[in-house]
Design a protein around this ligand. Sequence first.
Ligand SMILES: [Zn+2]
Length: 309
Amino acid sequence: MRIATITKIIFIIFIIIMILFFLLLIILIEINSNQNNFSKNIYFNGEKAYKDVEYQISLGPRIPGSTSHDQTTNWIIKTLDQNNWKPKIFTDNVADIKISNIIGSQGKGRPWIIIGAHYDSRIFADRDKLEANQILPVPGANDGASGVAILLELSRIIDRNILEQSWAKQIWLVFFDAEDNGNIPGWSWIMGSQSFADNLNEKPDLVVILDMVGDADLNIYQEVNSDKKYRDEIWRIAAQLGYEKYFISEVKYNIIDDHIPFIQRGIPAVDIIDFDYPYWHTISDTSDKVSAQSLAIVGNTILTWLITP
Ligand SMILES: [Zn+2]
């Protein structure tokens, strides 16, 4: 063999090795950029959630039976539909009150997790200091709108790809009606979630309720009736994210909220509620008391908890 031929063969082998090397490089870059896209996709946007709080306030108090309530129902359904969460509405009549619970779902199988929030607001601001205000409706920026806003932002983020990487295999976002009119003649608390739980054919594996989760001065203590194992798990994720100042690892309140009907049926449930809210059931429960940052803290915690294997 002549030297020129050997040189040619070495040159060809060199070219082949170079081509293989570049192909490998391209594959590695591709894998890396997919991972970056994934982490970009799972960013919870507090500003978007805050806009949804403002929008609900712009519609007016979401008292069951009112036009504002109907507009809110339609808007939630439309948003879920746009985000591919196949919305369904379940209506019921309890004590002559029409209840409309809204459900969006993604995925199938187990574990089946329900994330819920009430979307109605209270008829009377009966905890307002001024007596004249006590017959006015509660605007419900924190008490109602904040939980809805977080659920809707989750519906924009969580899709089939993300669900596949999550430990939860089926997620339902449930918007409960008629939660907030206890101690008013003809009404009671948690009517929507009671009706929902009464009509369940199968038991979900876990229910997490978000209520009053947007206070600009966020202090979420643990709630007594909540399932201890899952409650501690969520608080631990919050601490890992650096939110231990907002998710305080101390049991403080015993609350009648939308988690109770599930607990009564033996379904583990956790209530995430900031009950240290001076504007609770007053006419001052307005958007300026809620912050995008607080919505992001709670939203990020729930999102991270859902996708952490
Ligand atoms: Zn309330």
